[in-house]
Write a protein that binds this ligand. Sequence first.
Ligand SMILES: [Zn+2]
Length: 174
Amino acid sequence: MRQQLPKEIDPFRFANTGRELEGELALDKMTRLAESLHHTEGQVTVSMKFDIDGTGTPYMHGHFATTLSLTCERCMQELTVPVEIDTMLGLVRHEKLVEGLAEQYEPWIIEDGELPDPATVVEDELILALPLVPKHDYDCLPEEAWFAGDKENEEKGDKPASPFAVLSALKSKK
Ligand SMILES: [Zn+2]
């Protein structure tokens, strides 16, 4: 089911009433995250459950899933990374109260009268989940592919393929 998430929520009230939110967010609306993306097509599937735990702490249990398009730092080509985040955020009114949160919670600071946009929380979590140095998990450098191609051809006694021939062969496969 596709739903729009509200732009403003009152997380403390949601915790009191045990509200659940489900919906999708477009990646192209996340301008801070977009700086790290190769392209911004796609959606994040979002589920947020608000509640109060046994010790009286209001919290949000979030589950966010998407596929991010990043740029491989080795070959500069696209790298798609599936991301699934499961997070527990403890709701606090002030920075000073963060210390009092139980270990399983990351803090979500919401000051009095503030009605945060749930998309901001999702975007923050996705930014935190970005790999430090995105890289393909295989040998993706085109130069190395050319060397491998040359070696194979030499063994067969053929003329070494020029990089451009390899490239155009790759392109015609698409
Ligand atoms: Zn690469």
